[in-house]
Design a protein around this ligand. Structure first.
Ligand code: SF4
Length: 370
């Protein structure tokens, strides 16, 4: 598998070519080259599920709200979730808050340097620990993310499934051998950048690739995109979900999701998944009883949106409803409150509800009350 990676001369040549390409072609970002370990940590946590080109505005917003790790450590969780809004996978934001508090109390506010110390912090796995220690502190730890796996699979024509532990371990060995010890952080970023911008999944730009002379897939295969070996995609289940815009006088009810579940701690228009044989209206009435223990009258359908999560898809049907009787109780949710619609921006909502809020803000009625 390793072919030229064992030759010292070849490795040096490869490193020089890759770094020279990176120096001239890297995308400019708000966090690169700052050398600020706090910024690098925040960016690496965001990058776990978000592409570089989509992340800039989220990063800038977050750093504006929490300019230092001390600001983050002293924040309420609600405020952190609000600053994270739109990025998804909210457990990352909650873990960042825990990590910030730990770094302030145990490390005097300085993000730790070593791979092992970083790995002990909440929300930091092997990839993130290697990325932070190499990029922020110049430690010689190689990274292996999806981009690196793709580039290595093609460079060394690795046709085994990279999801297998043994193959992953072999790839990590290759990544460690290739790492340029004088510039480990730049090398890690360069190989990831090559995967993101040149050696892309479906249309690699081999004709302009700085390392094509070292690439076995390019030299030996008609089509490098057959690598890495892909897993068969499972079809995502699709659920129908109903939510209520429940009015009492001039306020609507929003509910907070339980802390430990999916999208924990975020606020939403209450409702839930339609059960077999149930109409949308019946579903909404049942969900409100189960979650909040009060009675509503369901009125008109307002809007529907489609939304995709990592393991399933939903169509979310929003209905207008009115409070009827009972006092809401947080039975199946963490909390609830009545708010005027001009306060939507004070709460952190998941993306599906933000799509609904966007829609509402453009309706004539809402324009008049907002
Ligand atoms: Fe990827 Fe093509 Fe470059 Fe090989 S030559 S690393 S397949 S872009």
């Amino acid at each position: 598998m390793n072919s030229w990676v064992s030759g010292c001369e070849d490795r040096i040549q490869f490193g020089l070519k890759l770094l020279s390409w990176y120096d001239s072609n890297k995308r400019s970002t708000a966090w690169r080259d700052t050398g600020n370990p706090y910024h690098i940590w925040v960016s690496e946590i965001m990058l776990q599920q978000t592409r570089v080109d989509q992340m800039e505005s989220y990063f800038t917003r977050f750093i504006n709200v929490f300019p230092t790790i001390e600001d983050l450590a002293s924040a309420e969780e609600d405020k952190v979730l609000k600053a994270w809004e739109g990025l998804g996978y909210y457990s990352r934001a909650r873990n960042m808050l825990k990590t910030a508090r730990e770094v302030v109390t145990k490390f005097n506010g300085k993000i730790p340097e070593t791979y092992d110390q970083l790995l002990d912090l909440p929300g930091i796995g092997p990839y993130t620990a290697a990325a932070i220690s190499s990029i922020a502190y110049g430690h010689g730890n190689a990274v292996l993310d999806g981009n690196v796996v793709r580039v290595l699979s093609r460079l060394f024509k690795i046709s085994s499934d990279p999801g297998k532990t043994m193959i992953k371990a072999e790839m990590m060995e290759i990544a460690k051998k290739l790492l340029v010890s004088e510039r480990p952080g730049d090398f890690n970023q360069a190989i990831m950048e090559l995967g993101a911008c040149v050696c892309t999944p479906k249309t690699p730009k081999c004709n302009v690739c700085a390392v094509s002379s070292k690439c076995r897939a390019y030299i030996e295969l008609d089509d490098p995109t057959i690598l890495p070996k892909k897993k068969k995609k499972k079809l995502k289940p699709h659920y129908q979900v109903v939510a209520g815009l429940i009015w009492r006088d001039y306020e609507v009810l929003i509910a907070q999701r339980p802390e430990n579940g999916m999208l924990g701690g975020l606020w939403e228009f209450p409702g839930g998944k339609q059960e077999e044989g149930e109409s949308f209206e019946e579903c909404l009435i049942r969900e409100i009883r189960e979650e909040l223990d009060f009675e509503i009258v369901v009125e008109d359908p307002l809007h529907s949106i489609d939304h995709s999560y990592s393991h399933f898809k939903i169509t979310l049907h929003l209905y207008c409803a009115r409070y009827f009787s009972g006092r809401p109780k947080a039975v199946g949710c963490a909390d609830w409150c009545w708010i005027s619609p001009d306060r939507f921006d004070d709460f952190a909502f998941p993306k599906s509800d933000l799509k609904i809020i966007d829609y509402l803000k453009n309706t004539e009625y809402f324009k008049s009350v907002l």
